[in-house]
Design a protein around this ligand. Structure first.
Ligand SMILES: Nc1ncnc2c1ncn2[C@@H]1O[C@H](COP(=O)(O)OP(=O)(O)OP(=O)(O)O)[C@@H](O)[C@H]1O
Length: 256
């Protein structure tokens, strides 16, 4: 993976990226020749059948694993958010956020104030002293979002971050994410994996549909719907229905 200065046009570029796990008869072809380019500040949602390589794609972009073919270029710093918030249970909400600042070598004198700001930005002012088990699932994901922002990322990789939340909490976090992206003060590029087509249309500037395994890009949809959006709006439902039909056709083609 090449990490260049944040001056080139694309924030993330995948050029003919393939990934095969294992070898010989046991080989699993997870991704096949995936090419994708995202502009700085663009919000790209990735959907596809279960096991089509969505998480693999994010882990390759994060540099957690290497592709077996093709090239990946990421301009800038990357942060990751998963379905599980992954907070340290023995640290407070504030401690979890501050740890990310410490890892980035933010001076001690600035860390407390910055932690407070970040928790405020995700509507958790006053919760800095709470431990993860004292917070709801939605609040824990807000802390995880604040921690991701603490990394001063240019590219945020989100792997079904709201998949375990109830619909109402998810809805609130969609609004939160919209707000945070505006307030962060620089273009924040997002690659967001979800199984939920409506969520993809609610959030994305673009929705990329991967084929069943091995994952290939089979369709890209621009989302020409003005923001703020609502997940239950007619426009979101209509585009989501079209994408769902395409996804269904792909899944049944593979007999999954
Ligand atoms: N470390 C690994 N070793 C071997 N096979 C793997 C590994 N990681 C993933 N796979 C396989 O690669 C394929 C793609 O997995 P991946 O988790 O990327 O898919 P996904 O689209 O994110 O799945 P889901 O929608 O179910 O979360 C699957 O068949 C999976 O079993």
């Amino acid at each position: 993976m090449t990490t260049a200065a944040v001056t080139q046009t694309a924030a993330v570029t995948l050029a003919g990226v393939s990934k095969t796990y294992g070898r010989g008869a046991a080989a699993v072809h997870a991704l096949d020749q995936v090419s994708l380019s995202t502009a700085p500040g663009e919000f790209t949602c990735i959907i596809g059948a279960s096991g089509c390589g969505k998480s693999t794609l994010l882990s390759l972009v994060a540099g957690l694993d290497q592709p077996t073919g093709g090239d990946i270029t990421v301009n800038g710093r990357v942060a990751f958010m998963f379905q599980e918030p992954g907070l340290f249970p023995w640290l407070t909400a504030g401690g979890n956020v501050e740890l990310a600042l410490r890892a980035r070598k933010v001076p001690r004198s600035e860390r407390k104030a910055r932690t407070r700001e970040l928790l405020e930005s995700v509507q958790l002012a006053g919760f800095a002293g709470k431990q993860p088990h004292e917070l709801s699932g939605g609040m824990r994901q807000r802390v995880a979002l604040a921690r991701a922002l603490a990394q001063d990322a240019d590219v945020l990789l989100m792997d079904e971050p709201f998949g375990a939340l109830d619909a109402m909490t998810r809805d609130l976090l969609h609004d939160e994410l919209d707000r945070v992206r505006i307030s962060v003060g620089k273009p924040l590029t997002v690659l967001f994996v979800t199984h939920n087509v409506r969520e993809a249309v609610r959030l994305g500037d673009r929705v990329v549909l991967l084929s069943s395994r091995p994952g290939r890009v089979i369709e890209e949809y621009q989302v020409p719907i003005d923001r703020p959006r609502r997940i239950d709006s007619g426009q979101v439902a209509e585009l989501a229905a079209g994408i769902t039909d395409r996804l269904r056709a792909e899944v049944s083609r593979h007999g999954s």
